[in-house]
Write a protein that binds this ligand. Structure first.
Ligand code: FHN
Length: 421
C-alpha cells in the first residue's frame, strides 16, 4: 500500500501448484472439442442470428419455448470427441443471447426452466466427461444482448452503462460462475468471451478471476479479449488464427505470452449450427491445423455447432472419425509434446517430447531433402514414426538435412522421429 493516498498496490496473481498441474495437463492434451449450442440452433443461422437479423429480444425468447433436444445424448457426444482423438470439451454455458444452457437459479431464462426439455444437458455432459476421462471447460459470455442490467447499446459513463445496472450484472455473473464451478463435477476451465464489445467498462476481472480461483484454484481462466493476457489468466487464446499469425485481425495484440496457448477454429465457417454452411474443412485441413498448432506450442480447439435436436451432423462425425484414426496412429508426435525451438518451416513444423524431436513434413518439398535450421541438439537416430524404418540424415553446424527420397509419404503429415541429445 502507498499509505499516503490509500491506493492499494495491485497484488498480482500467483497460480497454485494445482493450477500449474492443470496447465501442464492442458498442454499435454493438445486437441479439444469446442461446442456452440443454444436455442439459436432452431433457426439454423448461427449464434449471432438474433443480432444480425435484428430479432427483438422478446420475440427471440420464444425460441426457448420450443427448444427440446430430445436426441441429446451426453454419451454420444463424449464418445464422438474421444473417437476424434480429443481430450477435452469446451462448451457454451451461456452465449451472447444470454440464454443459459445449464440449470441456473440466477435467471429463469435457462434450459431447465424455460424450455419443454426441462433437463440440464451440461450436468449430463459433466458427469459423462468425468466418467470417460475427458476434461470439461465452460465458455461463458460477458456480453449479453438481452438483460436489462447489461443494457446492450447503452452509452458507458464512468465504466458503467448509464441505462443499466452494472453492479447487478457483475453480481449475476459471479453468481452464475459460482454455480458452474461448484455444481458441475470436474470442470477445469472457464473461457470468457465478449469483452471486446465493451472496451470502456470495468469488468471487475480481479474479483471475477479471484472468485474462480478461490472456489477452485486449479481452474484455468482464459479470456478471448483479443489482447495480451491479463493478470489472473491461466492460458492465452487465439481465435481463428495460429498463435501470432493475426490474419483475421481478431488478435489485436497478437503477441505470444508465456502462458499455455490455445487456438480455436470452426469445422465449417460457423460456430453455432448453420444449416446453409457447407464449407466443411477436410480431414487433411483439420490435421494440418492440429499439427501446426502443436508445432507452435498451442492446443487446437475445433468447434462444431450441434443441431437443435441434440445430434451432431454426419459431415462432422465422418470427417472427425478420419482425423481420429490419424491421431490414434500418430498421437506420439502430438500428445504431451511442446513446440520446438525450431520455428515453423516451409515444409512443416516440429514438436518435442523429452529427447525426441518429431519432424512433421506437411508439405513435401521438390528437392529430395528438408533442412532443419537451428537445431541445438545432436541427432543420433532418425526413423519414420510408425514403421521404425531408418531415415538418412546429415548434421552440420548450421542444421540437419533429412533425406526424404524413398520415405513413405503420408498424405497428411510424414513424421520423422529424431532422437537428439
Ligand atoms: O462472437 C463470438 C462468436 O460467436 C464465437 O463465440 C467466437 C468463438 O471464439 N467468439 C466470438 C467472437 O470473438
Amino acid at each position: 500500500a502507498t499509505g499516503v493516498n490509500n491506493v492499494r498496490a495491485q497484488v498480482s496473481y500467483t497460480p497454485t501448484v494445482g493450477n500449474m498441474a492443470t496447465r501442464r495437463n492442458f498442454q499435454d492434451m493438445k486437441f479439444g472439442l469446442f461446442i456452440h449450442w443454444g436455442i439459436y440452433g432452431i433457426l439454423g443461422d448461427g449464434e449471432w442470428v438474433m443480432h444480425e437479423k435484428k430479432i427483438p429480444y422478446d420475440s427471440y425468447k420464444r425460441l426457448a419455448t420450443f427448444f427440446n433436444p430430445q436426441e441429446f445424448n451426453a454419451k454420444e457426444w463424449v464418445a464422438f470427441a474421444k473417437k476424434a482423438g480429443m481430450k477435452y470439451i469446451t462448451i457454451t454455458s451461456r452465449h451472447h443471447d444470454g440464454f443459459s444452457m445449464f440449470g441456473t437459479k440466477m435467471s429463469p431464462y435457462n434450459i431447465v426452466d424455460a424450455t419443454p426439455y426441462h433437463k440440464d444437458p451440461l450436468m449430463e455432459l459433466a458427469k459423462e466427461c468425468e466418467k470417460e476421462g475427458i476434461e470439461l471447460h465452460f465458455y461463458y459470455s460477458l456480453l449479453d444482448w438481452g438483460r436489462a442490467d447489461y443494457a446492450f447499446g447503452s452509452p458507458i459513463v464512468d465504466g458503467k452503462p448509464v441505462n443499466g445496472d452494472w453492479d447487478s450484472y457483475i453480481k449475476f455473473m459471479k453468481d452464475q460462475l459460482t454455480e458452474l464451478i461448484t455444481k458441475y463435477p470436474g470442470v477445469k476451465g472457464i473461457w470468457f468471451d465478449g469483452d471486446w464489445e465493451r472496451k470502456e467498462v470495468n469488468w471487475h476481472y480481479n474479483e471475477i478471476y479471484g472468485l474462480i480461483h478461490k472456489l477452485n484454484p486449479s481452474i484455468m481462466v482464459g479470456n478471448n479479449h483479443h489482447l495480451a493476457p491479463k493478470d489472473g489468466e491461466d492460458f492465452q487464446m487465439f481465435e481463428k488464427d495460429l498463435p501470432g499469425n493475426n490474419t483475421t485481425g481478431f488478435s489485436a495484440d497478437s503477441k505470444i505470452g508465456t502462458l499455455p496457448l490455445e487456438t480455436c477454429e470452426t469445422i465449417n465457417n460457423s460456430w453455432g449450427f448453420n444449416i446453409n454452411d457447407r464449407h466443411f474443412k477436410t480431414s487433411k485441413q483439420i490435421i494440418h491445423y492440429l499439427v501446426n498448432a502443436a508445432g507452435r506450442n498451442a492446443n487446437f480447439l475445433l468447434n462444431i455447432g450441434p443441431m437443435p435436436n441434440g445430434k451432431i451432423q454426419s459431415e462432422f462425425t465422418d470427417t472427425l472419425a478420419i482425423v481420429g484414426a490419424w491421431v490414434k496412429k500418430n498421437g506420439e508426435a502430438i500428445y504431451g509434446t511442446r513446440g520446438s525451438t525450431v520455428p515453423p518451416q516451409d515444409w512443416g513444423v516440429m514438436t518435442v517430447k523429452g529427447n525426441n524431436q518429431y519432424v512433421h513434413i506437411t508439405t513435401v518439398p521438390q528437392v529430395p531433402y528438408i533442412f532443419i535450421p537451428q537445431l541445438k541438439q545432436t541427432v543420433t537416430k532418425a526413423i519414420v514414426l510408425g514403421t521404425g524404418a531408418s531415415v538418412k540424415f546429415k548434421q552440420q553446424p548450421e542444421g540437419v538435412f533429412i533425406y526424404t527420397a524413398g520415405l513413405p509419404i503420408d498424405a497428411n503429415d510424414t513424421i520423422v522421429k529424431l532422437t537428439a541429445n
